[in-house]
Design a protein around this ligand. Structure first.
Ligand SMILES: Cc1ncc(COP(=O)(O)O)c(C=O)c1O
Length: 363
């Protein structure tokens, strides 16, 4: 039997809601005009309609809907990151990063030849004093920020912390690359870090964690319209960040109507149901998450090293990730593991996976 994947943190499938909404959106796109003219030419930053929809989507989080000419439509958050990191950091440059963060940043650093400067964290995310010291010492040109339901720790920066970090970025001229991908499932969370320093911020809101993993549509809001053509045109690098027009158009229809929010609501509901199963099993454990989070961060007792724990869970047929997967810098990562709540394809499978983790935890 294939192992149960609880190492990834994709949103759960919600076919009872998604399928009809998606079918209707794609039919609408095909009925709206000539498919040949839709896909007849490259759209480097997205069509006017798609950029407007992206602005509206970003407006679900930003204090105001940004002007469409500040939006780039791309085929995923990773593509946007690759374009930004190449231009804003580049060979020999330095990127400030949370000491535990999105592992793919290691590959970007290798690929583009920049240094990573890991910023120590507390329960909210990066610590202002430590960040300022790093800005002083390493002069990073950008900070990759995951301030909301941080990957992997699930930390959420308070408004005060966001203000403090934005102020430091302003003082040292550090660009903010904010990846807000986990922010649409929870309610009542602080506004994006970017809203505290919009002139420095490259704000990314992908659909991969709130709607469905492989829609391949993400939106970037740039600090101003003028910088976009410098960073996003094919001559910049031999790479393509552009969305297939059909995907962009379907996402636009979902955003223009209520399809996107209905899908997000369904993902949120399923995620909460799965968290109820977690809460019922892990009473007393030192775990961090919230009911709308796609991953859980479980601190382990000292005598249970994370790598051995992961191996034991794996022997029970379930994949999860040790903290070392997410570690940057030279510090010893905390003794913890991350497991995803959404990747198991249905609730029964998730429950089986959870039972294996709890069995290992109590053994
Ligand atoms: C923080 C973060 N950003 C981006 C992504 C990937 O987004 P996309 O599939 O749109 O490239 C992930 C996926 O794990 C992620 O954890």
């Amino acid at each position: 039997m294939n192992p149960i994947n609880m190492s990834g943190n994709l949103p759960p499938l919600v076919p009872h809601i998604f399928d009809d909404i998606y079918r209707a959106a794609i039919a609408q796109v095909l009925d709206d005009g000539s498919p040949n003219s839709l896909i007849g030419a490259h759209q480097f930053c997205g069509s006017e309609r798609d950029r407007t929809a992206g602005a509206r989507f970003a407006g679900l989080r930003l204090p105001q809907v940004p002007p469409a000419d500040r939006v780039v439509v791309a085929n995923g958050t990773q593509s946007i990151l690759s374009m930004l990191l190449h231009s804003l950091v580049g060979k020999g440059g330095c990127l400030a990063i949370e000491a535990l963060s999105y592992p793919t940043m290691h590959q970007f650093a290798d690929m583009f030849g920049f240094r990573l400067s890991a910023v120590p964290m507390d329960h909210e995310g990066i610590e202002p004093e430590a960040f300022e010291a790093i800005c002083h010492k390493d002069a990073p040109s950008a900070y990759y920020a995951l301030p909301t339901l941080q990957n992997p720790t699930t930390a959420i920066m308070s408004v005060e912390r966001r203000q403090a970090i934005a102020e430091i970025c302003r003082r040292y001229g550090v660009a903010i690359i904010e990846d807000d991908i986990y922010s649409l499932l929870p309610h009542d969370i602080p506004p994006p870090l970017s809203s505290f320093a919009p002139e420095l911020s490259w704000y990314i809101l992908g659909t991969a964690k709130s709607m469905v993993a492989a829609l391949k549509v993400a939106y970037l809001v740039a600090p101003n319209a003028e910088d976009i053509p410098k960073l996003f045109w094919p001559g910049v690098r031999a790479t393509y960040w552009m969305c297939a027009p059909i995907n962009a158009a379907v996402a636009s229809r979902l955003i223009e109507g209520d399809g996107a929010t209905r899908i997000i609501d369904a993902v949120r509901t399923e995620t909460r149901e799965r968290h109820a199963l977690v809460a019922a099993r892990f009473t007393g454990a030192d775990l961090r998450s919230m009911p709308e989070c796609l991953h859980v961060w479980l601190n382990l007792p000292e005598q249970r090293p994370a790598d051995k724990f992961v191996a034991m869970v794996s022997s029970l047929g379930v994949n999860i990730s040790p903290s070392a997967t997410y570690a940057f810098g030279n510090g010893t990562p905390p003794n913890a593991i991350r497991f995803g709540t959404g990747t198991a394809r249905d609730r029964a499978t998730f429950e089986r996976g959870l039972n294996a983790i709890i069995q290992a935890y109590h053994s």
